[in-house]
Design a protein around this ligand. Structure first.
Ligand code: GDP
Ligand code: MG
Length: 229
């Protein structure tokens, strides 16, 4: 039986993590989402753990999202449990034009899953390929889909923080899943909210982290009809 959604007046605060290799655009993403700014030479504001944004979602009331940016601690590709503690969702970000940042996704996701749970489950986590304004791609759609299946992402999305493309959508899609898990409502009612991301299924299992491709880009630019992802 479907559980009831929380009353609209309930204030919900969700801690959302943004992790991934350095230079993929995490700080820019948070700045764009929270303050709608893009500064090409943006430097992380030291001493601030998270940026907060209030979201009004229909009759579901106001949500407070706390976006946690790892701020320069990317080198280790692993974070402390303390940093992950209390998180309800996560964006694992990579740069569509930098193969190594995609290869690192596996380490980030495995680190996350080994250190934190929410509602006794893995955190809902969205794979975010940033810098879609650059035509060059170092990863194929098929690899993204494979990666989602292998590492248990709720789905993937390509964004351009620079052009403000899919930034709010990425957060919104993640929040849909977080809320479905929190209230147990949307999921069981099969509302469209939890189904925004469709992952094309493929039975072929191959590793997306082919080390022969590490550090370089082995794909030609996509054919024109596919450039809009
Ligand atoms: P972080 O290390 O992951 O926090 O990455 P930053 O947010 O500091 O961004 C690294 C660099 O990538 C900066 O020069 C940004 O201006 C640039 N950048 C971020 N997002 C985009 C994007 O969507 N497109 C392009 N072309 N550059 C971006
Ligand atoms: Mg940063």
């Amino acid at each position: 039986m479907a559980k009831k959604a929380l009353p609209a007046s309930t204030e919900r605060v969700y801690k959302i993590l943004v992790i991934g290799d350095g230079l993929v655009g995490k700080t820019s993403f948070v700045e764009r989402y929270v303050n709608n700014r893009f500064i090409a030479t943006y430097k992380a504001t030291l001493g601030v753990d998270f940026s907060q944004k209030k979201l009004q979602r229909g009759d579901e009331g106001v949500l407070k999202l706390q976006l946690w940016d790892i701020m320069g601690q990317e080198e280790a590709r692993t974070m402390t449990r303390v940093y992950y503690r209390g998180a309800a969702g996560c964006l694992v970000m990579f740069d569509l034009t930098q193969r190594q940042s995609f290869v690192s996704v596996k380490k980030w996701k495995e680190d996350l899953d080994s250190k934190v749970r929410w509602k006794d489950k893995k955190l809902p986590t969205l794979l975010v390929g940033n810098k879609s304004d650059v035509v060059h791609r170092c990863v194929t759609k098929a690899e993204l889909e494979e990666c989602c299946k292998e590492l248990d992402f709720i789905g993937w999305i390509s964004t351009s923080v620079k052009d403000n493309r899919n930034v709010a959508e990425a957060v919104s899609q993640l929040v849909d899943h977080v809320m479905a898990m929190d209230t147990g409502y949307e999921e069981e009612e099969e509302s469209s909210q939890g189904q925004v991301l469709e992952i094309t299924s493929s039975n072929k299992r191959k590793s997306f982290s082919d080390s022969s491709k590490v550090g370089s880009c082995c794909f030609r630019s996509p054919v024109p009809s596919e450039q809009n992802w």
